[in-house]
Design a binder for this molecule. Structure first.
Ligand code: B12
Ligand code: SF4
Ligand code: SF4
Length: 382
């Protein structure tokens, strides 16, 4: 073994040991040129409009598609996985229509802060040891984390497009460390989906136009978290009580049976976020929302979009006790809230009750809200 190879081996062992020490469950290394199909597939996704209103995907396309465009000096990419396996079946809450379903990843503190913090610790020690430059990324940077993680062998991209691991199933957060150091590359993982299509069949909104492809515009995760405008009327009933993200395709994967519960205590679910009452959450004003979701990723969408999502869940609940808390929001300052009050009440009230309620109101100043009242009044109901 040459001196150069010995150094590569030492640095590779060092970064993997540091990763384990900082609580990462998986750590493997990819070449910067390891994802040759990614640029064309990303281009296809964007050309088809599957990114919806996430304009940042389009703006960062060149850098995202190729790590060497993001940082020309990168020589090795270290991929990290942290298991966030739940200790309960996240689908159980979907049958409790008076409750709100928050996706597993958002049931405790924001994973971005946790993982970024740990990655920075690894990066600092690695840079001091190897004298190389480093950059760390989690989620928000223009890095295609899933194909890179698959190339490094953390798992494979399942038909639901997420990375699946033989040890942790679908429940892995990803992060990366780019470095100018030459490390020893790992082998890619092969696809273990076989003829299974459980994730595709589990999707409530039929968001997969083809195997291994997602149309984000139909995905509940996109609709409840990323999408700011009104949600299509025909998609609203399919959202059920999912108010922040969705886990259905992940939870359906048979590889989860090998998954362990998250060992990182900071990723364990907050009890009060496992199945909160819709009625309670509807009463949150802006300060109340910020306090309740302090440190949580849910805070990111702001109180108005959050209440918009809750009103859709209320409208889907069939629970007439939610009429009063929905009515209480009819004059909310946020038009997206007032608009969804119209939709929710039109679903919870009888046609006569809704007609009387709507007739007793001044026409709304906002055109979208007026349109909701008109559409709701015309809906075919008892
Ligand atoms: C944009 C985004 C979203 C969007 C779009 C999702 C998507 N699938 O693209 C929305 C808002 C919908 C979303 C939702 C979710 N997200 Co998200 N998201 C991202 C983000 C920022 C970029 C993903 C991206 O580049 N998409 C562009 C598409 C083109 O790339 P792709 O998904 O890799 O698509 C590949 C396949 O389509 C494949 N392909 C295409 N054709 C074919 C054909 C064959 C034969 C094969 C084999 C493959 C193949 O090639 C493409 C390129 O590699 C990443 C973080 C990051 N920086 O990478 C997190 C990330 C993917 N999200 C994550 C999570 C956890 C979620 C949710 C589970 C959250 C939730 N519970 O609500 C859902 C899951 C929904 C789903 N089924 O994908 C995790 C996934 C972890 C993992 N184990 O994979 C990531 C990696 C964040 C992180 N750091 O942990 N997300
Ligand atoms: S997260 Fe939910 S809505 Fe999105 S693709 Fe998966 S099952 Fe479908
Ligand atoms: S549910 Fe089946 S098809 Fe989907 S990712 Fe898991 S193994 Fe692959």
């Amino acid at each position: 073994m040459s001196g150069n190879e010995r150094l590569r081996r030492r640095l590779t062992d060092f970064v993997k040991a540091e990763a384990a020490d900082k609580g990462f469950d998986l750590c493997r290394i990819a070449r910067p040129d390891a994802i040759p199909q990614a640029p064309a597939r990303l281009a296809e996704f964007i050309t088809a409009g599957h990114h919806g209103s996430m304009a940042w995907m389009e703006e960062t396309q060149a850098r995202r598609a190729d790590p060497r465009v993001l940082w020309s000096e990168v020589r090795s990419i270290v991929l990290f996985g942290m298991n966030y396996g739940p200790d309960h079946d996240p689908r159980a809450v979907l049958a409790q229509t008076d409750r709100a379903a928050i996706s597993v990843y958002a049931q405790n503190r924001d994973y971005h802060d946790l993982i970024k913090g740990r990655l920075k610790e690894v990066a600092t020690r690695f840079a001091a040891r190897g004298g190389a430059d480093v950059k760390v990324f989690v989620d928000t940077a223009p890095v295609m984390e899933k194909p890179l993680a698959a190339a490094a062998g953390l798992g494979w991209q399942g038909k639901h497009t997420n990375l699946v691991s033989r040890e942790y199933g679908s429940w892995l957060f990803l992060g990366s460390l780019f470095t100018t150091a030459e490390l020893i590359f790992d082998e890619a993982e092969r696809d273990h989906c076989g003829s299974c299509r459980a994730c595709l069949d589990a999707c409530p909104t039929a968001a997969f136009p083809a195997l291994y492809q997602l149309d984000a515009r139909r995905c509940i995760s996109y609709l409840t978290i990323e999408h700011k405008g009104p949600i299509d009327r025909e998609l609203r009933p399919l959202i059920g009580n999912r108010i922040y993200g969705c886990d259905d395709c992940l939870a359906a994967c048979p590889w989860n049976k090998f998954a362990a519960t998250a060992s990182e205590m900071k990723l364990a679910a907050r009890e009060d976020l496992k199945a909160p009452q819709i009625a309670d959450l509807l009463t949150l004003d802006d300060p109340g929302f910020r306090t309740f979701f302090s440190g949580s990723p849910v805070k990111r969408i702001g109180r108005n979009r959050f209440v918009r999502n809750l009103l859709i869940a209320a409208g889907n609940s069939g629970d007439r006790t939610l009429i009063a808390p929905c009515r209480a929001l009819a004059d909310d300052p946020a038009p997206e809230v007032r608009a969804m009050v119209a939709w929710a009440l039109s679903r919870l009230m009888t046609a006569g009750e809704f007609r009387d309620f709507a007739a007793g109101r001044q026409p709304d100043a906002d055109t979208d809200v007026r349109a909701e009242y008109e559409a709701a009044g015309e809906a075919d109901r008892p």
